[in-house]
Write a protein of this length. Structure first.
Length: 75
């Protein structure tokens, strides 16, 4: 299943290769993220930055709410 948030990041940056360059990873890594591999927490903020905040950290790693809280759950 395609990760829609990574797809959005690819669409915003223009290509898998462009997102890969922005994150300092290989195009293969982006392909894997796109196809269901979990994005390492180290790269989440690079994706957020590459998309000018259009893709949010909590969308990329909703399983890490303490690290990347959803805005509605912040105190």
């Amino acid at each position: 299943m395609i990760n829609r948030h990574i797809q959005k990041a690819v669409d915003i940056t223009g290509s898998q290769a462009a997102l890969a360059r922005a994150c300092g990873v290989s195009s293969v890594a982006v392909f894997r993220w796109l196809n269901g591999r979990r994005v390492k927490a180290d790269y989440v903020m690079s994706i957020v930055k590459a998309t000018n905040g259009k893709v949010k950290a909590y969308q990329i790693r909703p399983d890490l709410p303490d690290t990347f809280p959803h805005p509605s759950s912040e105190a």
